[in-house]
Design a protein around this ligand. Structure first.
Ligand code: ZN
Length: 94
């Protein structure tokens, strides 16, 4: 019997918020991205093995790791401000 296991990394754009980047100091859009690693069997994703959240600056491209709670907080924050949380721009994925 032959089984082909592997892993696949996936990125999902969760939200876009705007604030002053602490790397470049510019008020720019910050993309909140969920990164997950999935176990695959014959290239079909089966189980999510782990996930992390990052914040990516659209101005300088700096990537900062954030917690899941911070990512969820960004959703509430943008919904409160009414800045397009219902229809965020879509990323290209990985
Ligand atoms: Zn920046």
């Amino acid at each position: 019997m032959f089984l082909l296991f592997g892993t696949r990394a996936a990125q999902t754009l969760i939200n876009v918020v705007a604030f002053v980047c602490n790397v470049c100091g510019v008020h720019a859009e910050q993309r909140v991205i969920k990164r997950s690693t999935k176990l695959t069997l014959f290239f079909i994703p089966l189980i999510t093995m782990g996930s992390s959240y990052v914040n990516e600056c659209t101005n300088c491209g700096a990537v900062t790791r954030i917690t899941g709670a911070q990512a969820r907080h960004s959703l509430g924050w943008s919904a409160q401000r009414g800045t397009g949380a219902e229809d965020p721009p879509r990323g290209t994925g990985a």
